[in-house]
Design a protein. Structure first.
Length: 215
């Protein structure tokens, strides 16, 4: 070991130990920054990646979209429109009164009894109870009209009521016993109790059958 002169000793003395500057080289022991390299341990952003943990929208269920409003000018479909295969029911026709038929005869003289019978459009019972073109005071509805005359009268009123149109039946004292109707273009009648028939001659007339137009 090198000897050094210790001040105040008078003679050199051996000094044990590491040379000056030795022992641990500067910077050794633990290199600067070691132990955990910069940025290590947990890389930036790790631990829980952004957005993970609970996917967006979870935790609380998504809200339902509000019902679509009808565009301006539209309206929500009615219950009947929404039903599948639903069809509107036919409207009841109009029972023809004796006074209405008499007024029509004045404008259509070809349907007066003599002319209609001569033309084969009515039989001998056509308007048999009428006197000089006037109907009896009762009943209020017309009777004694042939099917052909009924069809002509209703031509400007939507035609004769369909056989299937309401009313399907009615009280016996609330209308004629029979009504002239039409079924697929064929003459037909409906009775107050709901019975129907298409066994009809167009010239047929009687004292208990009236008529109903579609409107």
């Amino acid at each position: 070991s090198p000897e050094r002169l210790v001040p105040g000793s008078g003679s050199p003395r051996r000094v044990e130990g590491a040379p000056s500057g030795e022992g641990a080289p500067s910077g050794e022991g633990a290199p600067s920054g070691e132990g955990a390299p910069p940025g290590e341990g947990a890389p930036p952003g790790e631990g829980a990646p952004p957005g993970e943990g609970a996917p967006p929208g979870e935790g609380a269920p998504p809200r339902e979209a509000p019902p679509r409003e009808a565009p301006p000018g539209e309206s929500a479909p009615s219950a009947s429109e929404a039903g599948e295969g639903s069809l509107p029911s036919p409207r009841p026709g109009r029972l023809v009164s004796a006074l209405s038929f008499a007024s029509w005869l004045q404008r259509h003289p070809e349907w007066a009894p003599a002319e209609a019978i001569a033309a084969g459009k009515a039989d001998a019972l056509y308007l048999r109870d009428w006197v000089e073109g006037r109907p009896p005071e009762e009943p209020a509805w017309v009777l004694g009209v042939s099917w052909s005359a009924a069809e002509a009268y209703c031509a400007g009123r939507g035609g004769l009521a369909l056989l299937s149109s309401p009313p399907a039946s009615w009280p016996e004292d609330a209308g004629p016993i029979h009504e002239w109707r039409i079924d697929g273009g064929r003459p037909a009648w409906r009775r107050y109790d709901g019975a129907t028939s298409t066994a009809v001659r167009p010239s047929q007339a009687n004292g208990f059958t009236g008529l109903r137009c579609a409107r």
